[in-house]
Design a protein around this ligand. Structure first.
Ligand code: UDP
Length: 337
């Protein structure tokens, strides 16, 4: 069973490749390294002791995708390749629509040409925007608030229309909450370029001394300690959700969205506290104004994925912080050959 993974060198893609290889799938991986490094492909193979086929390519090159489909008997696709920085998407909307939408259209067109109708799509909880209530179910209204989120919401719509046009399609859109952590080996993890936007990479770089202190964006939210609450999920739990979603699309048809989260929310102060315990470092912080566009509380109702995919998140925030710290302290090291 051969599965094409687009964006397989990225943060979620690389951890999913590990879980997919461990589950016995043959992988064809493509990535253009726009936000990742070639080293990752080697590390995935080192962790699993298995090999994969790799193409350095962009989905904007339709001829190239066609060649890949003609070279391999592909049964299914897990589609990660996309730009993902919210702030950048506000500054450069055309770049985001161009890349994220055209890539997906090209991919689906070639899948259709080769009769490959099984697709797992990398969506995001950002499609919910500011939710009316928590926990958030898949039925909550979709109202993304920035171009990045719009590309995810639009792609989900495109995929629904595809299924309506041809009921052979079997599609799962996975709406991720806040993935953090790294593979337990410390060989792969999140590798943000420049100053991180997300909380955990930032805390981690403060702990390592790379950044002087954390800016906490608001301590006056209506939460237990005034800081924002999010549903943090261990990247390996998220990765195993993709294997389960793939198993599901292989035996059904239709188009479904699934929340991938733990169902539990944690505040910024809770995350700092746990990170201090695992790293044995003090995390200095300074309270700042609320970040524009931020919401107070966001966590998933993951019961649909629990029941339909037979999947649930297993790891808690202690393990998430521990693995983030291991990656932070090991990632600079070279592979031992
Ligand atoms: N946050 C913070 N300082 C940072 C980054 C994030 O206080 O440098 C807070 C943010 O306001 C939110 C939480 O941490 O309450 C998670 O933010 P992140 O950007 O990681 O995820 P998102 O807001 O996209 O869910």
């Amino acid at each position: 069973m051969a599965v094409l993974i687009t964006g397989g060198a990225g943060y979620i893609g690389s951890h999913t490749c590990v879980e997919m290889l461990n589950a016995g799938y043959e992988l064809i991986v493509i990535d253009n390294f726009s936000n990742s490094k070639p080293d990752v492909i080697e590390r995935i193979q080192k962790i699993t002791g298995k090999t994969l086929t790799f193409y350095e390519a962009t989905l904007l090159d339709k001829e190239m995708i066609d060649t890949i489909f003609s070279n391999h008997e592909i049964n299914a696709v897990i589609h990660f390749a996309a730009y993902k920085a919210v702030g950048e998407s506000v500054e450069k909307p055309l770049m985001y629509y161009q890349n994220n939408l055209i890539s997906t259209l090209n991919l689906c067109e070639i899948m259709d040409k080769y009769g490959v109708y099984n697709l797992v799509f990398s969506s995001s909880a950002t499609v919910y925007g500011n939710p009316d209530r928590v926990p958030i179910t898949e039925e909550s209204p979709l109202r993304a608030t920035n171009p990045y989120g719009h590309t995810k919401q639009m792609t989900e719509q495109i995929l629904q229309d595809l299924f309506i046009s041809n009921p052979m399609w079997s599609i799962a859109s996975l709406r991720y909450f806040n993935p953090i952590g790294a593979h337990e080996s410390g060989l792969i993890g999140e590798d943000p370029t420049g100053i991180p936007n997300n909380l955990l990479p930032y805390i981690s770089q403060v702990a390592s001394g790379k950044l002087p202190h954390l800016n906490i964006f608001g301590d006056d939210y209506e939460t237990n300690d005034g800081t924002g609450i999010r549903d943090y999920i261990h990247i390996m739990d998220l990765a195993s959700g993709h294997v389960k979603a793939l198993e599901h699309v292989l035996v059904t048809t239709g188009v479904e969205a699934f929340n991938l989260g733990t169902g539990k929310g944690h505040s910024v102060f809770e995350m700092i506290d746990v990170f201090e315990q695992v790293s044995k470092k003090q995390i200095k912080y300074s309270i700042q104004e609320r970040r524009p566009g931020d919401i107070a509380v966001c966590f998933a109702d993951p019961s649909k994925a629990n029941h339909v995919l037979q999947w649930s998140a297993k790891r808690g925030i202690y393990e998430m912080c521990k693995d983030t710290w291991k990656w932070q302290t090991q990632s600079g090291k070279q592979l031992i050959r």
